[in-house]
Ligand binder design. Structure first.
Ligand code: PLP
Length: 419
């Protein structure tokens, strides 16, 4: 069956034909292609077409698809049984590796998705501090747990409100614009006694890529310390991507809790939250804050995640960053020549090209970028074999598997786009 027929059938079985909304490609006025397989930096669809991938399963596949060491580790693990619901060595091995790379995560809990990680970290912060409120940034996305669905980014930004989430639940969610330290200060001045935590994407990746301004993360750290609130870095995207030790290493700020996902499962469903021992020991069964999971610490995900982190140790982050910069400089030059100036936000192997001639530092400015021009660009790039996230407010990811030919093909395709 071809993509068109599969999508027609899928729509009879799943809302919008998909298991996660953005995949439906609604925001670029297109239908999705169905993927048959993936290797290295390339995707292959059921229609026999090949694409240079810049989505990589929304981030996890930093090594590219089917990295031999990761695949071998996963296959070996499957041969030993795919799930036990009992402790296994792989959980320790991955936890030890994570704590070595991110020392602020002295203790951690494995879960099965980023959503579970952030939801559990919030519960822990509330349980630990005995406070209800928390600060979240407009346009940051922390998964789809109720409390976070107030002015969330990514696909959640595209639905008008979020029916199904009672106001009472989000009434404890205090909002601030990203990069606006004064707004956070104002919340602390009004509600400081009641604020359990500030949760932030240390580099925002769900309103397009937005970098923290100088002093923003340190300012959050200082405010949390001053008011006895916890600082949670949601590193589901940035962890092991913006540097081997995540955003906290790159910006030299130590959060109290960190949430991880994506990369630490090597493409298998996984998430993790962790931080200071003294805080983590409030989790059951040592403490009284409850959280559990049948598939938590799944041996296949642990093995693939460990193999991924081991492989990343041999990868040259600086070289990939330099190559990614060259790619984005090239794209910006091409768009400028076409009379479509762009603003590129970029860090390490992630970037967003906004069709806007203004800096993008928060959700308001991200929303001012021209989504229709992006849709035109996206459609023509796809037709030429370049697979980008199907919304202007998402990141593009490069990987250690991309070759110079892949980047050249991307630039060549961009040159041929007509607006
Ligand atoms: N946090 C951030 C920063 C994310 O980007 C995402 C997903 O993209 C999540 C949390 C939720 O992760 P998951 O989709 O695995 O539930």
């Amino acid at each position: 069956m071809d993509s068109k027929s599969l999508f027609a059938k899928a729509q009879t079985l799943m809302p919008g034909g998909v298991n996660s909304p953005l995949r439906a490609c609604k925001y670029v006025h297109a239908e999705p292609v169905f993927i048959q397989n993936a290797r290295g930096a390339h995707l292959f669809d059921v229609d026999g077409r090949e694409y240079v991938d810049y989505v990589f399963s929304w981030g996890p596949q930093l090594l590219g698809h089917q990295d031999p060491a990761v695949s071998e580790a996963a296959h070996k693990a499957i041969d030993l049984g795919s799930s036990y619901g009992a402790p296994c060595f792989g959980e320790i091995a991955l936890a030890e590796k994570i704590t070595e790379l991110i020392p602020s995560m002295e203790m951690m809990r494995m879960v099965s998705s980023g959503t579970e990680a952030t939801m559990s970290a919030l519960r822990l912060a509330r349980g630990y501090t005995g406070r209800k409120k928390f600060v979240k940034f407009i346009g940051n996305y922390h998964g789809h747990a109720d409390a976070f669905l107030a002015a969330a980014g990514s696909a959640a930004a595209t639905v008008p409100g979020t029916p199904g989430v009672p106001e009472e639940v989000t009434s404890h969610t205090l909002l601030a614009q990203y990069n606006d330290l004064d707004a956070v200060k104002a919340h602390f001045e009004t509600d400081g006694e009641d604020i359990a935590c500030v949760i932030v994407e240390p580099v925002a990746g769900n309103m397009g890529l937005v970098l923290p301004k100088d002093g923003f993360l340190q300012g959050l750290r200082d405010l949390c310390t001053q008011y006895g609130a916890l600082l949670i870095f949601d590193e589901v995207i940035t962890g092991f991507r913006v540097s081997p030790g995540g955003a906290q290493q790159r910006f030299d700020i130590t959060p109290d809790l960190t949430t991880l996902g994506k990369i630490i499962g090597g493409g298998f469903p996984v998430g993790c939250y962790g931080g200071k021992r003294e805080i983590m020991e409030h989790m059951a069964p040592v403490g009284t804050v409850f959280q559990a999971g049948t598939l938590s610490g799944n041996p296949v995900a642990m093995a693939a995640g460990l193999a991924t982190l081991n492989r990343l140790a041999d990868c040259d982050y600086d070289a990939l960053e330099a190559r990614t910069k060259a790619l984005t400089d090239g794209l910006a030059e091409i768009m400028a020549e076409k009379g479509k100036p762009v603003t590129v936000n970029r860090i390490a192997s992630a970037f967003t090209m906004y069709f806007s001639n203004k800096p993008v530092t928060n959700m308001i400015e991200s929303g001012q970028a021209d989504g229709e021009t992006f849709a035109t660009y996206w459609q023509q790039m796809l037709a030429q074999g370049i697979y980008l996230a199907p919304a202007g407010f998402e990141c593009a990811f490069t990987s250690f598997a991309h070759t110079d030919e892949d980047f050249e093909k991307t630039l060549e395709a961009a040159r041929k786009v007509e607006f």
